[in-house]
Design a protein around this ligand. Structure first.
Ligand code: FMN
Length: 452
């Protein structure tokens, strides 16, 4: 069998395969204790080399993109004991990664509320040119007052944030298209550098933002950056439905993920787009080890002293008092008999199911039942099964992966999960394209989308 046959060998009848992205936040991983794990350099917070290495590990696994969330200056953690959640600077990090990788897509959050559109347009298109067409912009409105405070402001109303976001994205896409696709001649013989009449001002002024332009940056190999969005509100559906090719999501159950995916697809349709143009990508957190016990022990090591504090959350989820001094005992029959999953917390049913399996209180928590996304704590096949089930149920077009500890957790996913997905025909064997647009199967676009 030659290699081209091998590549098409496992593609499912639907012809569809899932996308995989890597969450690259603070450089340590998704667990608060990651910076203290043996083998982890505690100074990775400021190490661009570490970020590059982690992105290279994801590229070895043929991930379609890395995703760097951002909320400038938001301190979501207690810095006394934990690292901040975000990168020092997402654009500088992606620039460093762009120079040391070849195929993987480079996606970062950029706030539509706290940035001037011209600055965002310039930075992301420059990154797109630098990376030869691999840039993606996660356009979010920012919802935290801790971010707003760094700009001397309070968070604007939802209406104002989303009103501005619609204008900012359109303006930025117009600026990206303001340097005509074929305007750059750079002919040394004739002396013509560019066709002046094809590089034209945009002269846009809306209720919130405006720009004259043009933006003096020629197209990249994918034309212009891809738009991502992250959020779940009806406003998010409308914004993403108009502009986004991918949505970074958060969902705890197949039913919720499917409903969210359908809402984004329906919104895209309302704007005259093909629903397949918008990929819904929920998160998945991973602790991959040879068996469940080893994975749980790794989680216990990572969680350190935080167990008693987490018991408080768990008792709200299960609606019963729990004793943080009895971490090594399973819940009693009497406790289980009265435990009820909280209707206000979508993680509760899963937490109860784990409790009913008879695990100790510590082990229940080590399953990640109060984490931000579904969590796999076990062998690679469990992650592959989860991803397959969601993908085949129409609940996801792919997943963004948050390993517990980046230093070895990305490699664990690449070595233990990716081959299973490939074997099952659910994930590609190699990159089919050189651009992020190509990886996502997003349609050609340069400048604004005339349909929306
Ligand atoms: C999976 C996911 C990732 C997100 N990433 C970011 C981020 O990187 N930066 C940010 O400021 N907000 C981020 N958000 C927040 C959303 O942009 C949005 O503000 C939030 O969902 C609240 O919705 P609202 O803006 O409609 O009130 C994220 C949300 C989700 C669901």
């Amino acid at each position: 069998m030659d290699s081209s046959e091998e590549k098409t060998h496992n593609i499912p009848a639907s012809g569809k395969q899932m996308l995989i992205g890597l969450h690259l936040g603070n450089g340590y991983g998704s667990q608060p204790g990651a910076w203290r794990m043996p083998g982890v350099d505690p100074k990775n917070y400021i190490s661009f080399d570490a970020r590059v290495k982690q992105a290279q590990a994801a590229e070895r696994g043929k991930f379609q993109f890395i995703f760097l969330p951002d909320g400038p200056g938001a301190m979501l953690t207690d810095i006394e004991t934990e690292s901040p959640s975000f990168n020092l600077d997402v654009m500088l990090t992606l620039a460093a990664v762009a120079r040391e990788t070849e195929r993987i897509g480079l996606v970062a959050t950029g706030s539509t509320t706290f940035n001037e559109p011209y600055n965002l347009a310039r930075q992301f298109k420059a990154l797109d040119v630098m990376s030869h067409g691999r840039a993606g912009w996660n356009a979010v409105t920012s919802s935290g007052n801790d971010v707003a405070a760094n700009y001397g402001r309070v968070i604007p109303s939802n209406e104002e944030r989303y009103g501005r976001a619609h204008e900012v994205i359109q303006l930025i896409q117009a600026l990206w298209g303001s340097w005509g696709k074929d305007a750059w001649v750079h002919d040394q013989e004739t002396g013509q550098f560019a066709k002046k009449d094809q590089i034209v001002p945009v002269n846009l002024k809306g209720k919130y933002v405006g720009s004259r332009g043009p933006l003096y940056i020629p197209p990249s190999e994918q034309g212009q950056p891809i738009i991502f969005h992250a959020g779940g509100s009806p406003n998010a559906h409308e914004l993403a439905g108009r502009f986004a090719n991918a949505v970074i999501g958060a969902a705890f159950t197949i039913e919720d993920a499917r409903a969210q995916r359908n809402a984004f697809r329906a919104a895209a349709k309302r704007y005259g787009r093909d629903p397949d143009e918008i990929k819904y990508i929920p998160g998945l957190m991973t602790t991959i080890a040879k068996d469940r016990r080893t994975a749980l022990d790794r989680r216990i090591q990572l969680t350190g002293d935080l167990f008693p504090e987490r018991v408080g959350y768990l008792q709200q989820m299960l609606g019963i008092p729990l004793d943080p001094t009895r971490l090594d005992e399973p819940l009693s029959k009497a406790q289980l008999a009265v435990a009820r999953p909280s209707p206000y917390d979508p993680r509760s049913s899963h937490a109860l199911k784990i409790a009913q399996e008879g695990w100790s209180l510590r082990d229940i928590l080590a399953h990640g039942v109060i984490d931000y996304h579904p969590v796999i704590v076990g062998p690679g096949i469990e992650a592959a099964d989860h991803m397959q089930a969601w993908f085949e149920a129409g609940a996801a077009d792919g997943f963004w992966i948050s390993p517990d500890v980046n230093t070895d957790g990305i490699d664990a996913f690449v070595d233990e999960v990716v081959p299973i997905l490939q074997e099952r025909g659910l994930f590609h064997q190699d990159y089919e394209s050189k651009t992020l647009r190509g990886h996502l199967g997003a349609p050609e676009q340069y400048g604004i989308d005339p349909r929306v």
